[in-house]
Write a protein that binds this ligand. Structure first.
Ligand SMILES: [Zn+2]
Length: 295
C-alpha cells in the first residue's frame, strides 16, 4: 500500500492505494494557512490511514513549488507560508521515516504516465492549465526534476511570436517577467487578456459559456488554442515527448481537443507531429494519485 497526499492551498487530500493503483480510502481536510497547521494536517491523515489499514510501503506528498536541492527548504510555493520552511525534514522527523516531496504538476504528470492518458508511453509531458500554468516531465515513469528542480516549468517562458496586440492586451506576470505563457494560458491569464481587449470583467467560465454563438467567445477560444500551440511547440522542439496530457480547470474545455493537434503541427519544426495533445484521465485526482506513485 502507498499513501499519497496532495497539499493544496485550501484543501489537503490523502489517498491510500494498493500496488495495482486501486483506491482503498480517501480523505480531504481543510489546509490551515500556517506552517504548523499544514504540517499537523498531513501527519494526522497519514496516522489515520495507518491506524485503519496498517503500515504502508511509501509516503509521497505533492505540493506547490518544490524543496530546494541546495537548502532543503521549500521554494516557489504559492502557499507562501511554506516558503523557507524545512517541510521534508520536519515531516520525516515527526513520522520517523522517509517522505518524498514533489511538485504538484510533476505528480500530475506521473499519475497520467503510470495509469492515465500517458500509460505505456515512454516520455510524457504533463501540463497544468488552471490557476497557474505548470508542467512536469516523466520518462519511463520517473519524474525528471532537473539540475535546478524546475524541469517542465514552461509557463514562465515568453510566448513566442507575440503580436503587438497580444503584447497590449496582457498583464505582467507575477514572476516579474513580461509575456509569460502563464499570462495567456492560465484561467486568470485567459480572462485577463479577454477583459483587457473587450473592456469587461468576466471570469473564464463566463467567457466561454456562449461559445460557439458569441463571436467574442469564439475569437478568444481560437486565440487560446493558438497560444497553447505556440507554447507547446517549444516543448515539442526541445523534449519531443510521446504524448502531452492536459490537466487543470482550463483542460476541461472540449474545444481545445478539436483543434490543438492540427494547430500544433503548424508551429513544430518537423514535417510531421506524432505527439498528440490529449485530456487527462484522472481528473482532479491526478495530483494525489501521482503523489502515491512517488518512489
Ligand atoms: Zn512568469
Amino acid at each position: 500500500m502507498k499513501i499519497g497526499i496532495d497539499l493544496g492551498g485550501t484543501k489537503t487530500e490523502g489517498i491510500l492505494i494498493d500496488s495495482s493503483g486501486r483506491e482503498l480510502t480517501r480523505k480531504r481536510i481543510n489546509t490551515e494557512k500556517n506552517y504548523q497547521g499544514t504540517m499537523h494536517g498531513i501527519v494526522s491523515l497519514i496516522k489515520e490511514f495507518e491506524n485503519d489499514f496498517g503500515d504502508v510501503e511509501s509516503i509521497g506528498v505533492g505540493m506547490p513549488g518544490c524543496v530546494s536541492h541546495d537548502s532543503s527548504l521549500v521554494k516557489n510555493a504559492n502557499s507562501v507560508w511554506l516558503n523557507g520552511k524545512p517541510l521534508k525534514i520536519d515531516l520525516e522527523n515527526t513520522l520517523k521515516r522517509k517522505v518524498i516531496l514533489e511538485n504538484d504538476a510533476n505528480c500530475f504528470a506521473l499519475s497520467e504516465a503510470v495509469d492515465g492518458a500517458g500509460k505505456g508511453k515512454s516520455v510524457v509531458f504533463g501540463v497544468i492549465i488552471g490557476t497557474g500554468t505548470g508542467g512536469g516531465i516523466v520518462i519511463n515513469q520517473k519524474v525528471i526534476q532537473g539540475r535546478n528542480n524546475i524541469a517542465g516549468e514552461w509557463g514562465h517562458i515568453t510566448l513566442p511570436n507575440r503580436t503587438e496586440e497580444e503584447k497590449k492586451f496582457n498583464k505582467k506576470c507575477y514572476c516579474g517577467r513580461d509575456g509569460c505563457i502563464e499570462t495567456y494560458l492560465s484561467g486568470p491569464g485567459f480572462s485577463n487578456c479577454y477583459n483587457l481587449r473587450n473592456g469587461t470583467n468576466l471570469n473564464s467560465h463566463d467567457i466561454i459559456k456562449d461559445y460557439p454563438n458569441n463571436a467574442k467567445s469564439k475569437f478568444a477560444l481560437e486565440q487560446y488554442v493558438d497560444h497553447l500551440a505556440r507554447g507547446l511547440s517549444i516543448v515539442v522542439n526541445v523534449l519531443d515527448p510521446d504524448i502531452i496530457v492536459l490537466g487543470g480547470g482550463m483542460s476541461n474545455i472540449n474545444y481545445i481537443y478539436e483543434t490543438i493537434n492540427n494547430k500544433l503541427k503548424e508551429y513544430v519544426f518537423s514535417d510531421v507531429c506524432h505527439t498528440k495533445v490529449v485530456k487527462n484521465i484522472h481528473g482532479d485526482s491526478g495530483g494525489v494519485r501521482g503523489a502515491a506513485w512517488l518512489s
